[in-house]
Design a protein around this ligand. Sequence first.
Ligand code: PEP
Ligand code: MN
Length: 263
Amino acid sequence: LSSREFHPGDTVVDVDGVKIGDGHFVTMAGPCSIEGLDQIRECARIAKAGGAEILRGGAFKPRTSPYAFQGLEEEGLKYIRQAADELGMKVITEVMDEGHIDMVAEYSDILQIGARNMQNYKLLSAVGKTGKPIGLKRGIAGTIDEWLNAAEYIAVEDKSPVIFIERGIRTYETATRNTFDLSAVPLIKKLSHFPIIVDPSHGTGIWDLVPPMARAGVAAGADGMIVEIHPDPANAWSDGPQSLNEKTYMKMMQEVHIMEKAM
Ligand code: PEP
Ligand code: MN
Protein backbone atom coordinates (compact mmCIF):
# COMPACT_ATOMS: atom_id res chain seq x y z
CA LEU A 1 0.00 0.00 0.00
CA SER A 2 2.95 2.33 0.46
CA SER A 3 4.64 1.28 -2.78
CA ARG A 4 4.52 3.04 -6.14
CA GLU A 5 3.32 -0.15 -7.79
CA PHE A 6 0.10 0.14 -5.86
CA HIS A 7 -0.24 3.90 -6.27
CA PRO A 8 1.70 5.40 -9.20
CA GLY A 9 0.91 9.09 -8.49
CA ASP A 10 2.46 11.08 -5.66
CA THR A 11 0.47 11.28 -2.44
CA VAL A 12 0.16 14.87 -1.25
CA VAL A 13 -0.25 14.97 2.52
CA ASP A 14 -2.61 17.70 3.67
CA VAL A 15 -1.69 18.85 7.18
CA ASP A 16 -4.74 20.91 7.97
CA GLY A 17 -4.13 23.08 4.89
CA VAL A 18 -0.33 22.81 4.65
CA LYS A 19 0.47 20.48 1.75
CA ILE A 20 3.48 18.19 1.83
CA GLY A 21 4.55 16.64 -1.47
CA ASP A 22 2.86 19.19 -3.76
CA GLY A 23 6.14 20.43 -5.23
CA HIS A 24 6.93 23.19 -2.71
CA PHE A 25 9.60 22.65 -0.05
CA VAL A 26 7.97 22.63 3.38
CA THR A 27 9.96 23.51 6.49
CA MET A 28 9.28 22.26 9.99
CA ALA A 29 11.45 24.14 12.50
CA GLY A 30 11.69 24.39 16.26
CA PRO A 31 13.67 23.26 19.25
CA CYS A 32 14.64 19.68 20.01
CA SER A 33 12.79 19.97 23.35
CA ILE A 34 10.00 22.26 24.45
CA GLU A 35 11.53 23.97 27.51
CA GLY A 36 8.73 26.36 28.47
CA LEU A 37 6.09 28.66 26.99
CA ASP A 38 8.43 31.62 26.43
CA GLN A 39 11.05 29.44 24.77
CA ILE A 40 8.66 27.72 22.36
CA ARG A 41 7.02 31.08 21.52
CA GLU A 42 10.40 32.57 20.71
CA CYS A 43 11.26 29.53 18.57
CA ALA A 44 7.93 29.84 16.76
CA ARG A 45 8.58 33.51 16.02
CA ILE A 46 11.99 32.69 14.53
CA ALA A 47 10.69 29.62 12.66
CA LYS A 48 7.84 31.57 11.06
CA ALA A 49 10.04 34.55 10.17
CA GLY A 50 12.23 32.23 8.11
CA GLY A 51 9.26 30.71 6.31
CA ALA A 52 8.57 27.52 8.29
CA GLU A 53 4.93 26.48 8.20
CA ILE A 54 5.16 23.78 10.86
CA LEU A 55 6.52 24.07 14.41
CA ARG A 56 8.50 21.14 15.80
CA GLY A 57 9.35 20.46 19.46
CA GLY A 58 9.55 17.40 21.65
CA ALA A 59 7.45 16.94 24.79
CA PHE A 60 8.30 13.23 25.13
CA LYS A 61 12.02 12.83 24.55
CA PRO A 62 13.73 9.49 23.81
CA ARG A 63 16.99 10.25 25.65
CA THR A 64 19.95 7.90 25.61
CA SER A 65 20.39 8.32 29.37
CA PRO A 66 17.47 7.86 31.79
CA TYR A 67 18.99 10.70 33.84
CA ALA A 68 18.74 13.22 30.98
CA PHE A 69 15.73 15.58 30.63
CA GLN A 70 12.78 13.50 29.45
CA GLY A 71 10.44 16.28 28.28
CA LEU A 72 7.64 18.44 29.70
CA GLU A 73 4.99 15.93 28.57
CA GLU A 74 1.42 17.30 28.46
CA GLU A 75 2.45 20.73 29.75
CA GLY A 76 4.84 20.95 26.77
CA LEU A 77 2.13 19.85 24.35
CA LYS A 78 -0.08 22.71 25.57
CA TYR A 79 2.75 25.21 25.09
CA ILE A 80 3.63 24.14 21.55
CA ARG A 81 -0.04 24.15 20.48
CA GLN A 82 -0.52 27.64 21.88
CA ALA A 83 2.69 28.98 20.29
CA ALA A 84 1.76 27.50 16.90
CA ASP A 85 -1.84 28.73 17.03
CA GLU A 86 -0.74 32.27 17.84
CA LEU A 87 1.16 32.36 14.53
CA GLY A 88 -1.10 30.16 12.41
CA MET A 89 1.43 27.30 12.30
CA LYS A 90 0.92 23.52 12.40
CA VAL A 91 2.55 21.21 14.98
CA ILE A 92 4.68 18.08 14.74
CA THR A 93 5.73 16.32 17.94
CA GLU A 94 6.87 12.83 18.90
CA VAL A 95 4.72 10.12 20.41
CA MET A 96 6.76 7.40 22.12
CA ASP A 97 4.13 5.28 23.77
CA GLU A 98 0.85 3.74 22.65
CA GLY A 99 -0.77 4.95 25.85
CA HIS A 100 -0.04 8.58 24.95
CA ILE A 101 -1.41 8.60 21.39
CA ASP A 102 -4.78 10.16 22.24
CA MET A 103 -3.13 12.84 24.32
CA VAL A 104 -0.51 13.75 21.70
CA ALA A 105 -3.10 13.65 18.89
CA GLU A 106 -5.22 16.18 20.78
CA TYR A 107 -2.44 18.80 20.47
CA SER A 108 -0.47 17.83 17.36
CA ASP A 109 -1.23 17.92 13.63
CA ILE A 110 1.47 15.37 12.72
CA LEU A 111 2.51 12.47 14.95
CA GLN A 112 6.27 11.88 14.85
CA ILE A 113 7.60 8.35 15.25
CA GLY A 114 11.20 8.60 16.43
CA ALA A 115 14.11 6.65 14.99
CA ARG A 116 14.20 4.40 18.06
CA ASN A 117 10.60 3.35 17.45
CA MET A 118 10.69 2.72 13.70
CA GLN A 119 10.22 -0.99 14.35
CA ASN A 120 7.83 -0.68 17.29
CA TYR A 121 5.10 -2.40 15.30
CA LYS A 122 2.34 -2.06 17.90
CA LEU A 123 2.97 1.67 18.06
CA LEU A 124 2.97 1.92 14.23
CA SER A 125 -0.35 0.09 13.95
CA ALA A 126 -1.86 2.22 16.69
CA VAL A 127 -0.81 5.60 15.22
CA GLY A 128 -2.00 4.34 11.83
CA LYS A 129 -5.53 4.22 13.23
CA THR A 130 -5.60 7.91 14.22
CA GLY A 131 -6.04 9.39 10.73
CA LYS A 132 -3.32 11.95 11.51
CA PRO A 133 -0.34 12.20 9.15
CA ILE A 134 2.61 10.22 10.57
CA GLY A 135 6.18 11.55 10.35
CA LEU A 136 8.17 8.30 10.25
CA LYS A 137 11.84 8.71 11.09
CA ARG A 138 14.26 6.22 9.65
CA GLY A 139 15.60 3.84 12.31
CA ILE A 140 19.10 4.35 13.68
CA ALA A 141 20.25 1.27 11.76
CA GLY A 142 17.18 0.96 9.54
CA THR A 143 17.55 -0.32 5.99
CA ILE A 144 15.37 1.14 3.23
CA ASP A 145 13.43 -2.11 3.10
CA GLU A 146 12.79 -2.11 6.88
CA TRP A 147 11.71 1.53 6.67
CA LEU A 148 9.25 0.80 3.85
CA ASN A 149 7.86 -2.12 5.84
CA ALA A 150 7.42 0.15 8.86
CA ALA A 151 5.42 2.54 6.64
CA GLU A 152 3.37 -0.43 5.48
CA TYR A 153 2.31 -1.14 9.09
CA ILE A 154 0.83 2.38 9.12
CA ALA A 155 -0.59 2.26 5.58
CA VAL A 156 -2.35 -1.05 6.12
CA GLU A 157 -4.64 0.65 8.64
CA ASP A 158 -5.84 2.77 5.68
CA LYS A 159 -6.30 5.97 7.66
CA SER A 160 -3.04 7.88 8.12
CA PRO A 161 -0.67 9.05 5.36
CA VAL A 162 3.08 8.71 5.95
CA ILE A 163 5.81 11.33 5.66
CA PHE A 164 9.24 9.66 5.55
CA ILE A 165 11.98 11.50 7.47
CA GLU A 166 15.62 10.72 6.62
CA ARG A 167 17.59 11.50 9.79
CA GLY A 168 20.85 9.67 9.19
CA ILE A 169 21.94 6.17 10.06
CA ARG A 170 24.67 4.72 12.24
CA THR A 171 27.83 3.76 10.41
CA TYR A 172 31.51 3.36 11.41
CA GLU A 173 31.94 7.14 11.03
CA THR A 174 32.24 9.05 14.30
CA ALA A 175 33.09 12.54 12.98
CA THR A 176 29.37 13.18 12.49
CA ARG A 177 26.56 12.08 14.82
CA ASN A 178 24.98 9.99 12.05
CA THR A 179 25.73 9.38 8.40
CA PHE A 180 23.18 11.42 6.48
CA ASP A 181 21.94 9.21 3.65
CA LEU A 182 20.80 11.63 0.96
CA SER A 183 20.44 8.84 -1.61
CA ALA A 184 17.45 7.69 0.43
CA VAL A 185 15.52 10.68 -0.96
CA PRO A 186 15.43 9.70 -4.66
CA LEU A 187 15.27 6.02 -3.71
CA ILE A 188 12.21 6.40 -1.49
CA LYS A 189 10.65 8.62 -4.17
CA LYS A 190 11.15 5.81 -6.67
CA LEU A 191 9.75 3.10 -4.38
CA SER A 192 6.93 4.91 -2.56
CA HIS A 193 4.24 7.48 -3.36
CA PHE A 194 4.47 9.08 0.09
CA PRO A 195 6.53 12.28 0.54
CA ILE A 196 9.99 12.31 2.11
CA ILE A 197 11.64 15.13 4.04
CA VAL A 198 15.17 15.45 5.41
CA ASP A 199 16.40 16.06 8.95
CA PRO A 200 19.87 17.60 8.50
CA SER A 201 20.06 18.31 12.26
CA HIS A 202 20.07 14.70 13.49
CA GLY A 203 21.63 13.70 10.16
CA THR A 204 24.85 15.53 11.02
CA GLY A 205 24.72 16.52 14.71
CA ILE A 206 26.83 19.62 13.95
CA TRP A 207 25.13 22.99 13.40
CA ASP A 208 27.40 24.35 10.70
CA LEU A 209 26.88 21.24 8.57
CA VAL A 210 23.10 21.73 8.69
CA PRO A 211 22.67 24.52 6.07
CA PRO A 212 24.71 22.79 3.33
CA MET A 213 22.85 19.51 3.95
CA ALA A 214 19.50 21.35 3.89
CA ARG A 215 20.44 22.77 0.47
CA ALA A 216 21.50 19.30 -0.60
CA GLY A 217 18.08 18.04 0.49
CA VAL A 218 16.42 20.48 -1.91
CA ALA A 219 18.77 19.37 -4.69
CA ALA A 220 18.01 15.70 -3.98
CA GLY A 221 14.29 16.33 -4.45
CA ALA A 222 13.08 16.18 -0.85
CA ASP A 223 9.59 17.50 -0.15
CA GLY A 224 10.84 19.47 2.82
CA MET A 225 12.94 19.41 5.96
CA ILE A 226 12.67 19.30 9.71
CA VAL A 227 15.33 21.37 11.45
CA GLU A 228 16.30 22.20 15.03
CA ILE A 229 16.58 25.84 16.04
CA HIS A 230 17.04 27.50 19.43
CA PRO A 231 17.29 31.14 20.55
CA ASP A 232 20.38 30.19 22.61
CA PRO A 233 21.80 26.86 21.37
CA ALA A 234 24.61 26.83 23.97
CA ASN A 235 21.99 26.57 26.71
CA ALA A 236 19.50 24.25 24.97
CA TRP A 237 18.26 21.41 27.17
CA SER A 238 18.91 18.91 24.35
CA ASP A 239 20.71 18.85 20.99
CA GLY A 240 22.25 22.33 21.33
CA PRO A 241 25.34 21.44 19.22
CA GLN A 242 23.16 20.74 16.17
CA SER A 243 20.72 23.64 16.67
CA LEU A 244 20.79 26.80 14.56
CA ASN A 245 20.42 30.22 16.17
CA GLU A 246 18.20 32.90 14.63
CA LYS A 247 20.91 34.35 12.41
CA THR A 248 22.16 31.07 10.96
CA TYR A 249 18.61 29.76 10.49
CA MET A 250 17.50 32.90 8.61
CA LYS A 251 20.53 32.70 6.33
CA MET A 252 19.90 29.02 5.62
CA MET A 253 16.25 29.68 4.79
CA GLN A 254 17.22 32.39 2.27
CA GLU A 255 19.57 29.94 0.58
CA VAL A 256 16.96 27.19 0.60
CA HIS A 257 14.42 29.47 -1.05
CA ILE A 258 16.92 30.40 -3.77
CA MET A 259 17.72 26.70 -4.33
CA GLU A 260 14.02 25.86 -4.49
CA LYS A 261 13.39 28.48 -7.18
CA ALA A 262 16.32 27.17 -9.21
CA MET A 263 14.97 23.61 -9.21
C1 PEP B 1 14.11 14.47 17.54
O1 PEP B 1 13.50 14.77 16.49
O2 PEP B 1 14.42 15.31 18.41
C2 PEP B 1 14.57 13.07 17.72
C3 PEP B 1 14.68 12.55 18.93
O3 PEP B 1 14.88 12.48 16.56
P1 PEP B 1 15.32 10.96 16.21
O4 PEP B 1 14.17 10.10 16.60
O5 PEP B 1 15.56 11.05 14.74
O6 PEP B 1 16.58 10.67 16.98
MN1 MN C 1 16.71 16.36 18.75
